[in-house]
Ligand binder design. Structure first.
Ligand SMILES: Nc1nc2c(ncn2[C@@H]2O[C@H](COP(=O)(O)OP(=O)(O)OP(=O)(O)O)[C@@H](O)[C@H]2O)c(=O)[nH]1
Ligand SMILES: [Mg+2]
Length: 428
C-alpha cells in the first residue's frame, strides 16, 4: 500500500471538505439509550432527531402531546403523528413524531438550532447519550458498507462521485466481499486473492470520492500559474501581476474537472531568493508539492522548453521530481503560447507537454482532460465494487494477510467484519 495511505491508517481521521468528521471513526460501539440529530446543523426548515431506548422513549412520551390524544405507546408504528412538544419552562413547539420501529422514534421539529438544542437537551437530561449521526447510521444498519456509503454520500462533492457511492450503497461492494468469502470457504484461494487485489487497485480512486484530488500548480515566478488557476476555475481566484514573486501564500480552490472533485493549489514561484517573505512562500510551495496528487509544472512556451524543463526540475525540485514515485511525475504545461510566433511553434518540443494560453483560454480543455487522465488513469466501470473508507482499506489488508498465512477462519471473520452491520452484531 502507498505510504500516504499507510500514514492515514495510523490514526488520522478523515475530514471532509466541509470540515465534518466523517467515515473512519469507529462508530460501532453500541449504546442503549441514545439520540442523534440526523439533519445538518443550521437554519434548515426541519430537523430530524432520532432516539431509541427506554429512557429516550419515556422522555418523548412525557414531552409530546399528540393532537389525536393518544400516548406515544399507542401510536401506530410507521405513521406520523402531529402534536406539540412541551418543555419544563412551559414552551410549546409544533412537532411531528413517528415511531419508526418498536425501538426507535423520530421527532421532526423546526430546523433552527434553538429548537433542536431544546429537544436534545431534554433527551440528554433523561439519560440519553447524544451521538453523532454517523454513529447512529452505523448502529442502526444491518449492512455496514451501506451505512458507510450513506455517510460518505453526505460528504460527496459531485454527481459522479455520488453515483459511484450510490452503487456501493446498493450492495456492489458487499456482494463482492460476500463472493470473496464464498471463494475462501471453497478454498479457491488464488481467485479470492485476485479479487482482493482488484479491489485494492481501486482504493486511491475510492478514497477520493469524499476528498478532492490535490493538484498543485508550480513553476518559476511569472510563468502564469495564477492565471492558469483562474482559467481552470473560470473566475478570478488568485492575483495576477506582471512581476515575478507576486504569489506568496498558498491559494486554494475546489472545483470539478470533468465532474471529479479537485482542489487546485496555486503557490509561489520557485526560485532561490534572499527576500524573507518570498522565501517563506517558496517553503510553503514545496510543502504543498510534497502532499499533492499531481503537480503541474508550468513553463513559458518557447523554443527550448525541453532544456529548461530538465534544468528547472533538477535545480528547483531536486531528485524528488527527476525520479519521483509515479503519481508525482509532473505534468508539464507550456503556457503563454499566444506569444509564440510561427517559427517557434514549428519547433515545438517532443516532450509530452500541454500547450496553453491562460490569456486566451487556448489549450485549457486539453489541460483539464490531461489532469483527469493523470488523476484517474483507469476509470472504474459503473457497476464495479470500490472500497471507499480507511476502515475497508485496513480490513482488506488484514484479509490478504490472513489468507496468505493460511488462516482461513480469520479471513472469513474479516469478511464478516467488513460487511455485517452493528444492528446484526448486537442482536446476535
Ligand atoms: N501573453 C500571455 N500572458 C500571460 C499568460 N498567462 C499569464 N500571463 C501574464 O504573465 C504575468 C504573470 O502572470 P501570473 O499568473 O501572475 O504568474 P505567476 O506564475 O502566478 O507569477 P508568481 O505568482 O509571481 O510566481 C501577468 O502579466 C499575466 O497577465 C498567457 O497565457 N499569455
Ligand atoms: Mg502567482
Amino acid at each position: 500500500m502507498d505510504s500516504k495511505l499507510q500514514g492515514k491508517l495510523q490514526g488520522e481521521i478523515l475530514v471532509s471538505a466541509a470540515g465534518d468528521t466523517v467515515i473512519d471513526a469507529d462508530n460501532s460501539i453500541p449504546c442503549e439509550d441514545c439520540a442523534s440529530v440526523l439533519t445538518p446543523a443550521g437554519r434548515a426548515a426541519v430537523a430530524v432527531i432520532a432516539a431509541k431506548g427506554k429512557a429516550a422513549l419515556s422522555a418523548i412520551d412525557s414531552a409530546f402531546v399528540a393532537a389525536n390524544g393518544h400516548p406515544l405507546g399507542d401510536q401506530v408504528t410507521g405513521r406520523i403523528t402531529f402534536g406539540h412538544w412541551h418543555d419544563e419552562q412551559g414552551h410549546r413547539e409544533e412537532v411531528i413524531v413517528c415511531r419508526t420501529s418498536g425501538a426507535t422514534t423520530e421527532v421532526q421539529c423546526h430546523g433552527g438550532p434553538t429548537a433542536v438544542a431544546r429537544i436534545t437537551q431534554q433527551l440528554a437530561d433523561a439519560g440519553c447519550q447524544i451521538i453523532p449521526w454517523q454513529q447512529w447510521l452505523e448502529q442502526e444498519s444491518a449492512d455496514r458498507i451501506a451505512a458507510e456509503a450513506q455517510i460518505a454520500l453526505a460528504n460527496s462533492l459531485t454527481l459522479k462521485t455520488s453515483a459511484v457511492l450510490l452503487q456501493q450503497d446498493g450492495g456492489t461492494l458487499k456482494s463482492e466481499i460476500d463472493f470473496i468469502a464464498s471463494e475462501i470457504a471453497a478454498k479457491n484461494i488464488s481467485e479470492a486473492l485476485q479479487r482482493i487485489a482488484n479491489l485494492q487497485a481501486r482504493i486511491p480512486f475510492g478514497l477520493h470520492l469524499t476528498k478532492p484530488w490535490k493538484v498543485v500548480i508550480a513553476g518559476r515566478p511569472n510563468v502564469g500559474k495564477s492565471s492558469l488557476i483562474n482559467a481552470l476555475l473560470g473566475y478570478q481566484r488568485a492575483i495576477v501581476f506582471d512581476q515575478p514573486g507576486t504569489t506568496r501564500d498558498v491559494v486554494t480552490a475546489t472545483t470539478a474537472l470533468d465532474g471529479w472533485p479537485v482542489e487546485l493549489i496555486d503557490v509561489a514561484g520557485l526560485r532561490t531568493t534572499q527576500e524573507p517573505l518570498e522565501a517563506a512562500g517558496v517553503e510553503l510551495a514545496r510543502k504543498s508539492i510534497a502532499t499533492a496528487d499531481l503537480v503541474l509544472w508550468v513553463v513559458e512556451a518557447g523554443s527550448d522548453i525541453e532544456k529548461s524543463v530538465a534544468k528547472e526540475s533538477q535545480e528547483l525540485l531536486g531528485p524528488a521530481l527527476a525520479s519521483p514515485p509515479n503519481n508525482l511525475v509532473p505534468l508539464i504545461v507550456a503556457n503563454k503560447i499566444d506569444q509564440l510566433d510561427g517559427t517557434t511553434q514549428a519547433t515545438k518540443p517532443e516532450l509530452p507537454i500541454v500547450a496553453t494560453s491562460a490569456l486566451t483560454g487556448e489549450g485549457i480543455p486539453v489541460l483539464i482532460e490531461q489532469i483527469v487522465k493523470r488523476l484517474i488513469p483507469t476509470l472504474p466501470k459503473a457497476d464495479e465494487p470500490i472500497p471507499f473508507t480507511l476502515r475497508q482499506v485496513g480490513l482488506l489488508d488484514q484479509l490478504t494477510e490472513a489468507i496468505q498465512a493460511d488462516k482461513l477462519e480469520a479471513a472469513k471473520e474479516t469478511c464478516n467484519e467488513l460487511t455485517v452491520g452493528c444492528a446484526v452484531r448486537t442482536s446476535s
